[in-house]
Ligand binder design. Structure first.
Ligand SMILES: [Zn+2]
Length: 305
């Protein structure tokens, strides 16, 4: 009867999702609520979820939260959140008052990484590099089932670095990064995110397709889709080779919408040794195990002690 339950919360742009897990990681309950896009409504919605989970488990559970952006260790304020109403707010402090307990906050890419490292696709590896490829592109590092946050709290978040070994075509695409903190030429996110990939495709072929439609074209042996995914795989191999040269992880786990494209897991590993100093690469490129649940599960595992 001394089972300790954990609550994980994922703070999205339109909805807030929560999960209740036991100390073995078994999911007891999962819920999501939409909220008004403002600071107070977000806190009220989190409190509602936490109260419900406390009632189900009949105890004061630990609470971890995945957020878009990060809570600065220096100022205790939220930075770089795309849910803009969070920025420059003392979110952790306000949550701790509302929930009457300590709360841990972590970047959402780190939550995916932690979830997959603890009991997901990366559970058999000491070092895991987790990557989210959706409308954006970011990553996180884990070693021995703990997140490496880094001195600037951006370890592994290399999505806005320039694409390595750019080809003439990539340079001529002249991609524009909309982020105010970036805007630099050859920003990798503009090539690798689902949005970036699809923008390039539509520009090159003068189409107006969605990512899903391009994936369908590829399944039907469309030459354009096959070529663009082949170029994509080579770009990803270059980016991963850089990370292998620095962190050399046992496993690279992909999450986000683009992680559902099955050909990547066969093709990308074969391309990586073209760009690494080591001829033989042991690093596995794996699809996430927990899918959409990885964000909330990783947030819950922030209290893993
Ligand atoms: Zn950028």
């Amino acid at each position: 009867m001394n089972k300790k339950f954990k609550i994980g919360i994922d703070y999205g742009g339109t909805k807030i999702e929560g999960v209740l897990i036991d100390d073995k990681g078994n999911q007891i309950e999962r819920k999501r609520y939409y909220y008004d896009k403002n600071y107070v409504s977000g806190i009220d919605t989190i409190k509602k979820l936490v109260d419900e989970f406390d009632n189900i488990s009949n105890q004061t559970c630990s609470v971890g939260l995945g957020i878009p952006g990060f809570s600065s260790k220096e100022t205790k304020l939220i930075t770089n959140a795309n849910s803009s109403w969070l920025n420059d707010k003392p979110f952790q402090k306000d949550l701790e008052i509302a929930l009457k307990r300590q709360v841990k906050l972590m970047n959402d890419a780190n939550c995916l990484t932690l979830s997959e490292a603890i009991d997901g696709a990366g559970k058999n590896y000491d070092s895991v590099f987790g990557i989210i490829i959706g409308s954006g592109f970011g990553g996180g590092l884990s070693y021995k089932k703990e997140i490496i946050e880094g001195a600037n709290q951006i370890a592994g978040d290399w999505g806005h670095q320039p694409l390595p070994y750019p080809t003439d075509e990539e340079i001529k695409l002249d991609v524009k990064c909309p982020s105010g903190n970036c805007g630099r030429p050859l920003c990798a996110e503009q090539f690798i995110s689902g949005t970036g990939f699809t923008n390039i495709f539509n520009k090159k072929y003068n189409t107006n397709l969605t990512t899903k439609e391009i994936v369908e074209l590829d399944k039907n042996n469309d030459d354009r889709a096959n070529l663009e995914f082949s170029l994509y795989e080579d770009r990803m191999a270059r980016l991963l080779a850089v990370m292998i040269g620095i962190f050399d992880p046992g496993a690279i786990v992909l999450g986000g919408g683009m992680s559902n494209i099955e050909r990547f897991y066969n093709n990308i590993p074969k391309l990586i040794p073209k760009y690494t100093f080591a001829k033989k690469i042991e690093t596995k490129v794996l699809k996430n195990l927990h899918g959409d649940s990885s964000g909330v599960r990783g947030a819950a595992w922030l209290w893993n002690n």
